[in-house]
Design a protein around this ligand. Structure first.
Ligand code: SF4
Ligand code: MG
Length: 321
């Protein structure tokens, strides 16, 4: 089956000025050769510490940031090749939800206006029809139609994220990219929003790319999970495989820091030396080699390929080649 979303060798490099007088041009490799695909109806989690390139990956897929190279295919079509009309349709099919719903909701607009805006943009001209659809959407996300006349500041964080979700759903999207969508919420509210997202997936055959730094949140919602570090994908596998049997030294270290409720499941905490290097000056070879407890000589010079080492288990590490 053809995946809904296919990302091949995606790169996003930013040129920044460096040096004492800002004369030296430096390149930040925010996303460096990332490949993965997302099946229709699946939730693919992408996890990693801040600055690992996961948000940039999401934005480059949507072309909110122009990719430096690589390909993004949606439903078998290369996004780069789309005509303006098809690209507009794609803008309906792919939506993004950000961490802070408050920042992305115009404080001077009523909820009705906020949710109706994408409807208007995509051609629902009749006001009565928009009003009706807004009412429907509010109910879909667990709010009430009387909320339509209120303003964002009158809602809690969880309710505001529901409004953000309603707006994202307005034009019947296929793919929703969630970028730290529940990170600002309390744990109990997080669970409510994650459950709502699961329910909506069933109801509307949605596919999610779920980007977050929180390993537990990603584990809770995802079917498969990819781990990023310094702009590269390190490992990607089914959720259970990745969490129970991580192969990549970075994934092992990340997961060793998560407390497990099962006493037999206690892993020895792996403390990594040093800090994450700057993406403006990533280490040669394996970008993780400066911190990897298992680094070998080859790791300092040769970049490990991201390869399917076992069925559906992708790893970028010389230990497995
Ligand atoms: Fe560690 Fe080498 Fe594997 Fe990189 S390639 S994760 S440095 S063992
Ligand atoms: Mg981010």
């Amino acid at each position: 089956v053809q995946p809904l979303l296919e990302v091949k060798g995606l790169q996003k490099h930013f040129a920044v000025k460096g040096g004492v007088f800002g004369r030296k041009k430096r390149v930040i490799k925010a996303v460096d050769d990332v490949s993965f695909s997302v099946r229709e109806g699946e939730i693919l989690g992408i996890v990693g510490e801040s600055g690992c390139g996961k948000s940039t990956t999401g934005k480059a897929i949507l072309r909110l940031l122009e990719p430096s190279s690589g390909e993004v295919m949606f439903a078998g079509k290369r996004i780069k090749d789309l005509e303006a009309k098809e690209l507009r349709k794609l803008r309906k099919d792919m939506q993004i939800i950000f961490q802070d719903p408050y920042a992305s909701l115009n404080p001077r607009h009523t909820v009705e206006k906020i949710i109706a805006e994408p409807l208007l943009v995509h051609g629902m001209a009749a006001k009565a029809a928009r009003k009706q659809r807004v009412k429907e959407l509010l109910e879909i996300v667990g709010l009430n139609s009387y909320h339509a006349s209120r303003y964002p500041h009158q809602f809690s964080g969880g309710q505001r994220q529901r409004i953000g979700i309603a707006r994202a759903l307005a034009n019947h999207p296929k793919l929703i990219i969630c970028d730290e969508a529940v990170s600002a919420l309390d744990v109990s509210v997080q669970a409510q929003i994650l459950n709502l997202m699961q329910k909506l997936r069933e109801e509307f055959q949605l596919t999610y790319l779920f980007i977050a730094h929180d390993l537990s949140v990603v584990k809770y919602i995802s079917d498969r999970v990819g781990v990023m570090y310094l702009g590269r994908m390190m490992e990607l596998a089914d959720k259970d495989t990745l969490y129970e049997n991580p192969k990549h030294p970075y994934t092992q270290a990340l997961l060793s820091a998560v407390p497990t409720p099962d006493p037999d499941g206690i892993r020895e905490r792996i403390i990594l030396k040093g800090d994450v290097p700057s993406p403006a000056n990533p280490p040669p070879g394996c970008v993780f080699h400066t911190r990897c407890p298992q680094a070998m000589d080859i790791c300092k010079t040769a970049k490990p390929a991201f390869q399917e080492m076992e069925a559906n288990h992708f790893i970028a590490c010389h230990l497995y080649t």
